[in-house]
Design a binder for this molecule. Structure first.
Ligand code: ADP
Length: 231
């Protein structure tokens, strides 16, 4: 479970996020949407513990900057950053060791096969395409078995098969009770995934609603987005 209370973040005079609070329950997928500059990445990076901010962020009841909190958090950034001189297999091993995950080999094989990386596991980070790097970054986050998963623009750079696999993986994690936050512009790509939609504008939430709070079940995310952001 992820709990964010009264989160604010300024960069100099720019108030990027203004006093926002939200909760993502176990097994819930929250989609964070909003125009460029709305503050989505700032929220994701704050939750990931990469920024200084005001407010409180808890991962399953633990502060997000505590060792316990960090051990339950997975983060898939928009731009993957791999070590050029480590192989795909090395990246997975490094993550598993850093998070003290034992007996990860079977899971690693399943993930790497799912994302068509198994036969490339001895390739170096420097020799991978952007899409392959993104897939390695996904596998690295998932090998740690996070309870809360942050995904910044999950589908960008992935091929259609990887997009389908990524969606299946997220639905599987949801069944296992993982809380997921997805930040995306590609609303139709997450249409079958979302349980909560949070729409931001100028650092504030203009909408935060669970799927079952909408009267018209047929309303698409894109319809909701344009209705709210163009009001
Ligand atoms: P989004 O992810 O929704 O596009 P961001 O969180 O990246 O929005 O940005 C929110 C606001 O904060 C924007 O006005 C952006 O220009 C500003 N901002 C983001 N990162 C920085 C930074 N490192 N330094 C200064 N301003 C920033």
């Amino acid at each position: 479970m992820l709990e964010v209370s009264k989160l604010s973040k300024s960069y100099g005079k720019t108030e990027a996020v203004k006093n926002v609070s939200f909760t993502v329950n176990e097994g819930e997928i929250a989609v964070l949407a909003g125009p460029n500059g709305a503050g989505k990445s700032t929220i994701i990076k704050s939750v990931a513990g990469l920024l200084k901010y005001e407010g409180k962020i808890e991962i399953c009841g633990y502060d997000n900057k505590s060792i316990k909190g960090k051990s339950m958090l997975g983060y898939i950034p928009e731009m993957p950053s791999l070590f050029p001189l480590l192989t795909i297999k090395d990246h997975i091993t490094l993550m598993a060791h850093a998070f003290s995950i034992k007996e990860y080999e079977e899971r690693a094989e399943r993930l790497l096969k799912l994302f068509d990386l198994w036969d490339k596991k001895d390739k170096y980070g420097s020799d991978l395409s952007k899409g392959m790097q993104q897939k390695v970054s996904i596998c690295c986050a998932l090998i740690t078995e996070p309870k809360v998963l942050l995904v910044d623009e999950p589908m960008i750079g992935l091929d259609p098969k990887a997009i389908r696999n990524m969606k299946e993986v997220m639905l599987e994690l949801k069944k296992q009770g993982v809380s997921i936050v997805l930040s995306t512009h590609l609303l139709d790509s997450v249409e079958e995934l979302w349980d909560r939609i949070i729409i931001m504008k100028n650092g504030e939430f203009v909408l935060s609603k669970a799927r079952d709070e909408f009267d018209k079940q047929s309303e698409s995310l894109e319809d909701i987005f344009f209705k709210v952001t163009e009001e």
